[in-house]
Write a protein that binds this ligand. Structure first.
Ligand SMILES: NC(=O)c1ccc[n+]([C@@H]2O[C@H](COP(=O)([O-])OP(=O)(O)OC[C@H]3O[C@@H](n4cnc5c(N)ncnc54)[C@H](OP(=O)(O)O)[C@@H]3O)[C@@H](O)[C@H]2O)c1
Length: 273
């Protein structure tokens, strides 16, 4: 049976992907930082992608149980949101540690198993990896970094024929936005009152714009990830239907027009100091 690792399996897209992979007959390692509610048919693997020792220990355990891996799905992710002046440095670091450095550590430690198993790397990015969003600078930087890493790795690992795939989900119904909102509120509580007031209009416009987004179901994203895992010759990039509009059209617009469209989409145009 082919073995696949999914990181961040205790959340929306990760949990759905683990379930679908299992139903397709894969041996699934479900990377989890905390308790995971899977049955005995799933191999829960303690894994904090931001902790190099945890990543190394996870790779050691898997190497003791299987001869090789068919895929590593770098799914674990967080959103750190807010204007730069209101995002503390430790939150910026957390963003990059989980979304960018984490996948790099996971790939580094699991590459021997991927080589042995004729495996592939599937990195879950976001439209923000191609189009930076205002008030989401940290997230955009982290996903752009993941995209750059994916593009470099694809060439680096070509001699071993290890495909590197990027998945671009659309806005999806998971806990990620609530968690991001709670972390941002906590950061605002710690921030300087006057600085917060400077951005009051930004924050209100952004909240209003976000409330208009209609998130899609996790199953659609899991299906796309599993398609990338199963494809005989996987494509470089798989965009989930809704992501195609934002992710595919915006990068092609002239920069000035793109800035205006984005600013207006997030409700920022017209704001004056
Ligand atoms: N939802 C969307 O609209 C959307 C859109 C585009 C891209 N994505 C991407 O899809 C991926 C999955 O997100 P989701 O929406 O399913 O979010 P989610 O429901 O919040 O799940 C995120 C998962 O990542 C895990 N995680 C966070 N920090 C971790 C760490 N240091 N080590 C290991 N696991 C960690 C979480 O575990 P804990 O429970 O332990 O925190 C959780 O299992 C992310 O990469 C995200 O950027 C999501």
């Amino acid at each position: 049976m082919k073995a696949v690792l999914v990181t961040g399996s205790t959340g929306g897209i990760g949990t759905a992907t683990v379930g679908l992979l299992r139903s397709r007959g894969f041996t699934v390692y479900a990377g989890a930082r905390g308790p995971a509610g899977f049955g005995p048919e799933v191999r829960v693997l303690p894994l904090d992608v931001a902790d190099p020792e945890s990543v190394a220990a996870a790779a050691k355990r898997v190497a003791g149980e299987v001869d090789g891996l068919w895929a590593v799905v770098n799914n674990a992710g967080v959103i750190v949101q807010g204007p730069l002046e209101l995002v503390p440095a430790d939150e910026w670091r957390r963003q990059l540690e989980v979304n960018t450095i984490g996948p790099a550590s996971v790939v580094r430690e699991f590459l021997p198993l991927l080589r042995a198993g004729g495996g592939r790397i599937v990195n879950v990015s976001a439209a923000t990896g191609r189009v930076a969003m205002p008030l989401m600078g940290a997230l955009s930087a982290s996903k752009a970094g993941l995209e750059a890493l994916s593009n470099a790795l694809r060439l680096e690992l070509a001699p071993w024929r290890i495909p590197v795939v990027v998945i671009e989900p659309g806005t999806t119904e998971t806990e990620i936005f609530h968690r991001a909102g709670a972390a941002a509120d906590a950061a605002l509580q710690r921030a300087d009152r006057q600085q917060v007031e400077l951005y009051r209009a930004h924050l209100e416009a952004y909240a209003k714009a976000m409330s208009r987004f209609k998130p899609g179901p996790v199953d659609k994203v899991a299906e796309v990830i599993v398609r990338a895992v199963e494809a005989r010759r996987p494509k470089r990039r798989y965009a989930v239907a809704e992501a195609r509009t934002l992710g595919a059209i915006l990068p092609k617009l002239p920069a000035g027009l793109r800035d205006r469209v984005l600013s207006s989409a997030v409700g920022l145009n017209g704001i004056t100091p």
